[in-house]
Design a protein around this ligand. Structure first.
Ligand SMILES: N[C@@H](CCC(=O)N[C@@H](CS)C(=O)NCC(=O)O)C(=O)O
Length: 109
């Protein structure tokens, strides 16, 4: 059966190369974990769409199910979940995140 929230998420991650589902916005994060990932993407010079899950509880709950991931932030690149703060931090530190972005033809430094 089709789920309208899943359709919304699918549309967002298909129409934006990099999507960060977060608490707050990139300019005004409401949580340190979300702030960290937004800063990492900014450090890499990556354009991304920030979506504040605190403004939409059905999206907040629906994403946990859609992604099979219980927390935020959630970083999607080209329609695929990369992970949350811990994973993104590790991938950034090792250079793996920059490599993944380059492999997916996303401009970054
Ligand atoms: N270890 C997590 C930290 C993030 C986390 O624990 N987020 C919590 C608190 S901000 C969360 O999103 N809980 C579910 C919710 O608030 O709906 C990660 O790597 O992203």
């Amino acid at each position: 059966m089709s789920n309208p929230v899943f359709d919304q998420i699918k549309n967002e991650i298909d129409s934006n190369a990099v999507v960060l589902y977060m608490k707050g916005t990139a300019d005004f994060p409401s949580c340190g974990f979300s702030a960290k990932v937004a800063h990492i993407l900014s450090d890499l010079g990556v354009s991304f769409k920030d979506i504040n899950i605190l403004e939409d509880d059905s999206l907040r709950q629906g994403l946990k199910e859609f992604s099979s991931w219980p927390t935020f932030p959630q970083l999607y690149v080209k329609g695929e979940l990369v992970g949350g703060c811990d994973i993104v931090r590790e991938m950034y530190a090792s250079g793996e995140l920059a490599q993944l972005l380059k492999d997916k033809q996303i401009a970054c430094r």
